[in-house]
Design a protein around this ligand. Structure first.
Ligand SMILES: [Zn+2]
Length: 257
């Protein structure tokens, strides 16, 4: 089996404030350690179900969130260079996993919720449906026939995932109580949960159909009031309002996902 693990930092147990997620923030080194231990647990769970699994890990957090020294043996790390959709994901993969993921911008009481840019994006819509990073990238995988079978993060992320992918294996490692407040599992308990859920997800990859949004595609992005929408214009978007941009494409890979 060939599995793609997309990692982020905001959905990790023990991480719940912006001052933990940027390289210049005081909590960042610890957050990276916590993330990397969750990654080790996730990979261990996959390997328990399929010892010969080929596992690719993409460090998807903006400034990175994987401690390479502690990267799990047997997996391979796709890390830290210019990269664009579909992030070397292709039809050869059997499943997509989201580890340490956060809910979309605007989700009530979701911990560290945002959509791509916490500083500039109010929402993303594809064909009229509001989607966060999970939904956009699950759809990107789905267009290739790759099912999204696992997610970890807070309870709000799990609910967002279940609404799009019924039956997805979700490890809820914290309860979101606000944008920068969560009720966290102990890190070691969170790792045990992730290992168990990742093992089950790997064993049941065949049971979950790909999340598919039929094309062609129209993406609408609304930016916050202080964001210059011109920054999106070079990527093929056109302004449809003072804060809204639209782009049409036949492939999700040509959109901002
Ligand atoms: Zn992130």
């Amino acid at each position: 089996m060939k599995i793609y693990v997309l990692t982020d930092l905001e959905g990790v147990a023990g991480v719940s404030r912006w001052d933990q997620t940027g390289t210049d923030t005081p909590g960042y080194p610890q957050a990276v350690r916590l993330m990397t231990e969750e990654l080790r647990a996730c990979v261990a769970g996959i390997q328990q179900a399929d010892p010969s699994a080929e596992i690719w890990v993409w460090d998807g957090h903006g400034p990175g969130s994987v401690d390479v020294d502690r990267f799990p043996r047997g997996a391979r790390l796709l890390s830290r260079g210019p990269i664009s959709p579909p992030y070397h994901l292709d039809e050869s993969f059997d499943a997509l996993f989201f580890l340490g993921q956060h809910a979309m911008a605007g989700t009530e009481n979701a911990n560290l919720a945002h959509t791509y840019s916490s500083a500039s994006v109010e929402y993303y819509k594809i064909n009229g449906q509001e989607l966060g990073e999970f939904g956009c990238r699950a759809a990107m995988a789905g267009a290739m026939g790759v099912p999204t079978v696992f997610v970890s993060g807070d309870d709000k992320m799990a609910a967002e995932a279940r609404a799009l992918v019924p039956g997805i294996y979700a490890a809820e490692v914290k309860v979101g109580l606000g944008l920068q407040l969560a009720l966290h599992m102990a890190p070691e308990d969170a790792r045990d949960l992730i290992r168990d859920v990742a093992r089950e997800a790997t064993a049941h990859v065949q049971d979950i159909p790909p999340f598919v949004i039929p094309g062609p595609y129209t993406q609408e992005i609304m930016v916050w009031g202080r964001t210059d929408p011109q920054s999106y214009m070079g990527r093929g978007f056109r302004l449809t309002g003072p804060r809204t941009l639209v782009k049409h494409a036949d492939s999700l890979n040509d959109l901002s996902v």
